[in-house]
Design a protein around this ligand. Sequence first.
Ligand code: ZN
Length: 230
Amino acid sequence: METYRDLSRAVAGRKSQMLEMTGELVRLESPTEDRAGVNRCVTVLEDWIQASGGRSRRSKQRSAGDLLVGHFGPARSKVKPLLLLGHLDTVWPLGTLKKMPFRVSAGRAWGPGVLDMKAGVVMALSAVRVLQEAKLLNRPIVFLLNSDEETGSEHSRALTESLARKCGAVFVLEPAQAPPQHIRRHGREWHTTVCRCMGLRLIAGWILPTATARCWNWDGRLSGPAVLPI
Ligand SMILES: [Zn+2]
């Protein structure tokens, strides 16, 4: 498997599984302030990361949900890792699921946290799996899931910043909206930078050794905008 088309086909073959995974996460309500709920999602991700051949490290938190770091790809590499950054908390209060159950209709998935950002988390993990199966994952990937993004990342900020400084680039797995092939900077805080074209093809293209683009160098601050020629 060498081309984007092959990868796209492999991704398309995972569509129903990805929806299933998204549904499983969405059905576990996880508003930021509900530590137990967020931790249930963390446990699911921990299992998925390990089942995907990744190594995971869970950092217990007292007053927020736990933080989870997954590592994929070679343990040693001359190339800096890529950081895939996401969060498992949502803005939706407990009980929203009753009024807004997870469902797929008219080509869209609905439910609390589908968009922001459980589907993004599933997409990232699925991209990693596709690349692993294609034996193309030859660059280290760090997959960080925080638990308090919706309330300002107070507990996760230090870990996120220290990991990001060790990585060559960061993808934030927030929702997609705008025209493809652009990464733009939104707001002053680096964690609010949104990759608007986030998708499996993009992640796969980025991770592939043949990808020539670099979005930005991590030097403590993000600089943008940047364009990915893939
Ligand atoms: Zn978000």
